[in-house]
Design a protein around this ligand. Sequence first.
Ligand code: ATP
Length: 267
Amino acid sequence: VKKSGMLEIINFQEDIDDIGGLENLKDWLKRKGRIFNHLDQAMKAGVDIPKGLMMVGMPGCGKSLAAKATAKLFDVPLLRLDIGKLFGKYVGESEGNMRRALKTAEAVSPCILWVDEIEKAFSGIGDSSGGNSITTRLFGTFLTWMQEKESTVFVVATANDICSLPPELLRKGRFDELFSVSLPNREERRSILDIHLTKRQKNNLNIDTIKIVKETEGFNGADLESVVKDAIENLYLEGRDTLTTEDLLEIVKETKGISVSLKDKIS
Ligand code: ATP
């Protein structure tokens, strides 16, 4: 299973404090983390063991980051399932692969099973197109496992588009919670900028983040990280020490320029 790349152990550094914004999600994860960190005690007290979380939303807004932060908070390994790699050409091969991958995850439990871009594998099921029969069987295998699993495998599913997900997957009882992850607002952009500046050991005191935040409407977390990264690279190449608001604003202007010219090309 590991060799085929279907299931991969992810090594990472990020933790919950590396996520800017998404306060409801972070609070929820902290609560579940307290349960996960003392499973025996929680079970004795009659608490239900957390089953899983679905995050849906725009790319580059922190879903992958949150999957990693969950594993760090829960203090368990993070396994990433690439559903695309489960598909095989022989009858029953795909479901067999899925069952094997899930068994491996159970053997590693307690752990997090991160199903990234879940809509890529399961789109079309339940709508008029019906998906194809392999997808439907694979989906059935996954749902049954989600319902019946007894081991402590916490499933983190991430998707970009809620509309392409089969409704059965979103039905109450499958996941404990569904979070929508959208573009950061002003306050969230400010905390994302602060996180990435601090991470690169830049003193933020002389940077007017409010000014930058005003100019970055529509930027996602990954865009904001790039702004910080590129400005610091310029600073280094120009042999300067102190990062300024103008350095960052210059990159913001360039970034906006690129997205406008891309839009021009597409339209
Ligand atoms: P995709 O759907 O394309 O996989 P995603 O929502 O999973 O996107 P991430 O991979 O988590 O997005 O984000 C890419 C990078 O952008 C992160 O590694 C992080 O450095 C930065 N980033 C994104 N969102 C945030 C955030 N809320 N706080 C801090 N950094 C962020």
